[in-house]
Design a binder for this molecule. Structure first.
Ligand SMILES: *Cc1c(COP(=O)(O)O)cnc(C)c1O
Length: 334
């Protein structure tokens, strides 16, 4: 596999650190926990979408695009990183944002990611909850074409075979870092939403035969649906890489036990995880993705899912800006 043959624009601070979380490991009394700091990709408070955007925006430039369109929730980390990357490249960026399924607080509507979107001069188009966001983006693209623009539409979460290449690269980076310090990784876990992170990450791990099982903690969809999405995208990513059939359905594992009421709804486990990571490791998680994934990891440790000598890596996918959209969830944390 030669990742270097795919066009890429440098946007991220790489490699991101791989660090032990000894105070958290001691507190939980479980296996040795590690963290891969993709919250430190650098662009506009960081996060996992930056790795995907390196490939997506290179593809946009190759196709002669002069305008970017993408979609997400009001507090979308993906929309924020896309707005930032577009600003860096001097491209206008339209973000079509789906309003939440809950009554949003003032902070949710104006702070966190949406504040940063405005900072990067993104053109914000809100849509009611439940809208067909792909259709909304296509309508907007059509309108912009009519005005003479050449828009490039990035799917929600940047999850396409091109975007997933970013996480193929992240897997190779992690395997290399681990070998440099003589670390044998037994398990890896992370949050899974639009599926590109898990699809690319598993494809990259399989490409080097790393033998590291990955669990994706769902943030919205039930496991069966999420599995199908990840498998489908992993298969298309492998074909794009020239390695068709590399990822098998048996390589994809997701866990939907920590979603709570639904996408973006706070849960007690998330609040515990976010505050515990802050107080033991001074690491900031986010309320929608990494906080729920960490709640899942903590629960697995407590359930004895790992051996004491295991090395478990938590892939921190970022989202810290989202914390500022949810101050009320933490107002009673003590
Ligand atoms: C988008 C996102 C994820 C999920 O990644 P996908 O590639 O969409 O599955 C996880 N964590 C954070 C913070 C995100 O913004």
């Amino acid at each position: 596999m030669n990742l270097g043959r795919f066009p890429r624009i440098s946007l991220a601070h790489l490699p991101t650190p791989l660090e032990p979380m000894d105070r958290l490991s001691d507190f939980l009394g479980g296996p040795r926990l590690w963290i891969k700091r993709d919250d430190c990709t650098g662009l506009a408070t960081g996060g996992n979408k930056t790795r995907k955007l390196e490939y997506l925006l290179a593809d946009a430039m190759e196709q002669g695009a002069d305008t970017i369109i993408t979609t997400g929730a009001t507090q979308s980390n993906h929309a924020r990183q896309t707005a930032a990357a577009s600003a860096r490249l001097g491209l206008p960026c339209h973000i079509v944002l789906e309003e939440p399924a809950f009554e949003p607080s003032e902070s949710y509507r104006t702070n966190g990611n949406i504040l940063l979107d405005r900072m990067f001069d993104a053109i914000i188009a809100p849509r009611p909850n439940g809208s067909d966001m792909d259709a909304e983006m296509e309508t907007l693209a059509e309108q912009l074409r009519g005005e003479g623009a050449t828009p490039y539409v990035i799917p929600g979460g940047g999850s396409s075979p091109v975007g997933a290449l970013g996480y193929v690269g992240a897997a190779l980076e992690l395997v290399y870092q681990a070998s440099e310090i003589g670390l044998a990784i037994d398990h890896a876990v992370h949050a899974t939403g639009s599926a590109g992170t898990q699809a690319g990450f598993v494809a990259g791990l399989e490409a080097v035969n790393a033998g590291i099982p990955v669990r994706g903690f769902c943030v919205g969809r039930p496991s069966a649906e999420q599995d199908a999405m990840v498998i489908e995208l992993a298969e298309r990513t492998c074909s794009h890489l020239g390695l068709p059939g590399l990822v098998k359905p048996s390589h994809i594992e997701t866990d939907d036990r920590f979603i709570g009421e639904g996408y973006g709804f706070p849960t007690p486990g998330m609040i515990e995880a976010v505050t515990l990571l802050a107080r033991t490791e001074a690491i900031l998680l986010d309320p929608v993705y990494s906080g729920k994934a960490m709640a899942g990891l903590i629960s697995m440790v407590r359930d004895g899912a790992f051996r004491a000598e295991d090395n478990v890596v938590f892939l921190h996918t970022g989202g810290v800006a989202g914390l500022f959209g949810y101050p009320d969830a933490f107002s009673s944390a003590d």
